[in-house]
Design a protein around this ligand. Sequence first.
Ligand SMILES: NC(=O)c1ccc[n+]([C@@H]2O[C@H](COP(=O)([O-])OP(=O)(O)OC[C@H]3O[C@@H](n4cnc5c(N)ncnc54)[C@H](O)[C@@H]3O)[C@@H](O)[C@H]2O)c1
Length: 157
Amino acid sequence: MFPKRPAFGVDCGSGPFVIAEQWETATDARQERFEVIRSMLQGLFDLSGRTALVTGAAQGLGLAMATGLAGVGAQVVLNDIQEDKLRFEVARLAAAGLRVGACPFDVGNPVHVRHHVPAIEREVGPIHILVNNAVIHRRGPIEDCPKPRGTTSWTRT
Ligand SMILES: NC(=O)c1ccc[n+]([C@@H]2O[C@H](COP(=O)([O-])OP(=O)(O)OC[C@H]3O[C@@H](n4cnc5c(N)ncnc54)[C@H](O)[C@@H]3O)[C@@H](O)[C@H]2O)c1
């Protein structure tokens, strides 16, 4: 079982985002896998006292990287535009004793970024590690991809 650490909340304008959820709801096999990975990583390096922001962290590689960073001691702010999914995953990690907070906003929107990043730094402290991971995947034949219009497609994530 993970040692319990205090969770922290990030207020990005719509309330505190850390919600406790029973770690016991995870399967035994999943808990054991987490513990093995965490103990291996802790022997390699320690990110205690560091703060990370991982964008696009409600699923996939972003969620995996956020879990890894938090597992070696960093406090991690997870960001995504899928707010419900983000809150669910943050609650799951927080219940496992990891220091995580959710900050849902659109990284492709400069107004959101200018608002939320300083808010995170005010409430949690300076961001030492930025994982700029958010992406919109379009899977399919290249001929079905929408034609780029200027920089619009690029700036969406
Ligand atoms: N999956 C792969 O095979 C692969 C291979 C090479 C590189 N990558 C890179 O790894 C990264 C993650 O890939 P993945 O497969 O985990 O992707 P994913 O689609 O599973 O996750 C991306 C996340 O980003 C979020 N997101 C999208 N737009 C956003 C926005 N504007 N603001 C905030 N969040 C936003 C999505 O909601 C989603 O949760 C991407 O940068 C991708 O290019 C992935």
